[in-house]
Write a protein that binds this ligand. Structure first.
Ligand SMILES: O=C(O)[C@H]1O[C@H](OP(=O)(O)OP(=O)(O)OC[C@H]2O[C@@H](n3ccc(=O)[nH]c3=O)[C@H](O)[C@@H]2O)[C@H](O)[C@@H](O)[C@H]1O
Length: 481
């Protein structure tokens, strides 16, 4: 039975709990202070002094109790659920306790011979939820981890997690930057692999909130690698880097041998930093590490901050869309293009990377021999101009877009991406098979069913009367069927 996913936006507001303990003394203080020249009787003065001392002490106590750094939690197994209160994302989620551990173990239990036990970080994210579902479908043990932050609509993230829950994948509500939680997870489950997809994504948003990129993509990655290198056994790690590391590289198609030292955005710089950090952990601790450079991934259950997604929303609402049309000063390209890659192709690449990842060699925090260190492009190999993306959306939505063509601003975007995937093809058997038109059709069908079920129904009836009927798949993560 398909879940109803069109409800109100999620209520999991990050950091909302702090307001409840904020002292509201300002007005009280102001109104009750005695007049300046009034001399109260000694007894009354003493009782006032006592009253304010108690207030100050309570405030100090409340501050100390709620401050994460002042109350380091012990590494011991907590009997009752614990609240995560970490600076990177003030998750109000609780974890720990016997019932929680049972759920964690059940989710990570392998159900096929020689299957993997995989921790998927960012499991309530776009790629994370599809990858977790695919691994679970073939019988791998899968545990999700996600902090459900509000970078975009948390209801969408909760919806993805709800679907995963139905297929037996539990998504722990917690942060990758929470070392105690990570240590606990590795204590409870001897993960063979980590698919690390939790990150602060989005190229342009880095102009707005640069520190969120440093926290998630640098500090968060280090926290995860620290936990993995101390784990016994050490897992093999496959993680999401980005096509954006190629930055101002003008040699096309982009190959893994090309320069990646000229990023155009802070997002790209943090992903590039991640690749270097990963090398350190491979070199010192013998962790098996594979970086996958994703090229503009799109599809059902996608990210609302990406152009194909918000273009769809705005076209349907009759709002103008801004289409970047020329690079202005680029050496060889004038058309802004992307190597748009369909989610199912990316998931196949992730699964193949997990299957082919050699083992980590360290134990007890020490390297015992060389471990694999790999980097692969996962793209589609056929760039499409953004103007053509809009043409396709107009056709599929049957609505004309109100286009505002502008020269690409200097906002971190690069003019052009194009993947050379021959290395992934050779070593992972990666062969992208979905062109943009086919993939967008699947995205649009999902989008309408999720956000505009009436419109979806109308389109279906129309297609049915033309002999092209399709069965609704609302609430399903298997987008390829
Ligand atoms: O491959 C990656 O590593 C990255 O892919 C994605 O970034 P991008 O390729 O930039 O995708 P996206 O924002 O959808 O813009 C698509 C096109 O629309 C153009 N664009 C964008 C906005 C706008 O208003 N107008 C416009 O023309 C824009 O100039 C661009 O040409 C992920 O978001 C990122 O997290 C990272 O994973």
């Amino acid at each position: 039975m398909a879940p109803q996913l069109t409800g109100a936006p999620g209520s999991a507001a990050a950091g909302g709990g702090a307001a409840a303990v904020k002292p509201q003394f300002h007005h009280y203080h102001h109104h009750r202070l005695p007049p300046r020249h009034h001399h109260p009787a000694p007894a009354s003065l003493l009782s006032k002094l006592a009253f304010w001392s108690v207030c100050s002490l309570s405030l100090l106590l409340a501050f100390l109790l709620l401050s994460p750094s002042s109350a380091p939690a012990p590494r011991a197994v907590p009997d009752s659920p614990r609240r995560s209160l970490h600076a990177a994302h003030e998750s109000t989620a609780s974890w720990g306790g016997a019932a929680w551990e049972k759920k964690v173990r059940a989710s990570a239990r392998v159900r096929r011979p020689r299957g993997h036990s995989v921790l998927v970080t960012g499991a309530a994210g776009f790629v994370g939820c599809h990858a977790a579902a695919a691994l679970r479908r073939r019988g791998d043990g899968v545990l999700g981890l996600d902090n459900f932050n509000d970078y975009y609509d948390t209801a969408l993230k909760r919806g993805r997690a709800a679907l995963l829950a139905r297929s037996g994948v539990y998504v722990v509500d917690g942060d990758i930057a929470d070392p105690e939680l990570l240590a606990k997870l590795f204590d409870v489950v001897p993960f063979t692999h980590v698919l690390h997809l939790a990150a602060q994504a989005g190229v342009r948003h880095a102009l707005v909130d640069p520190m969120s990129y440093v926290r998630a993509n640098v500090a968060g990655l280090v926290a995860l690698l620290e936990a993995a290198r101390s784990a016994n056994p050490q897992p093999a790690i496959v993680w999401a880097s980005s096509s954006s590391v190629y930055g101002l590289n003008s040699h096309v198609p982009f190959s893994e041998h090309d320069r990646t030292d000229r990023p155009a955005s802070l997002y790209a710089a943090t992903k590039k930093a991640g690749e270097e950090i990963a090398h350190v952990y491979n070199h010192i601790y013998g962790l098996s590490l594979t970086a996958l450079r994703f090229f503009t991934v799109y599809g059902p259950w996608g990210r609302p901050d990406m152009a194909y997604f918000f273009f769809t929303r705005d076209i349907l609402a009759g709002r103008p869309i801004t289409v970047y049309e020329s690079a202005g000063g680029g050496s060889h390209q004038t058309t802004i293009s992307r190597d748009f890659t369909y989610i199912d192709d990316i998931v196949k690449g992730c699964v193949a990377a997990l299957d082919t990842a050699g083992r980590s060699t360290g134990s007890g925090g020490k390297k015992r021999g060389p471990a694999p260190f790999r980097t692969y492009n996962l793209g589609n190999t056929s760039p499409v101009p953004v103007t053509q993306l809009v043409d396709l959306l107009e056709k599929l939505l049957k609505v004309k877009a109100v286009r505002k063509a502008v020269k690409m601003p200097r906002n971190g975007d690069v003019p052009y991406t194009h993947a050379n995937v021959s290395l992934a093809q050779r070593e992972l058997g990666y062969r992208p098979s979905t062109d943009l038109q086919t993939g967008l059709k699947k995205f649009v069908r999902w989008y309408l069913e999720y956000y505009h079920p009436d419109l979806a129904e109308k389109q279906k009836r129309h297609a049915g009367s033309n002999g092209k009927g399709s069965r609704g798949r609302r609430g399903s993560l298997s987008s390829a069927r």
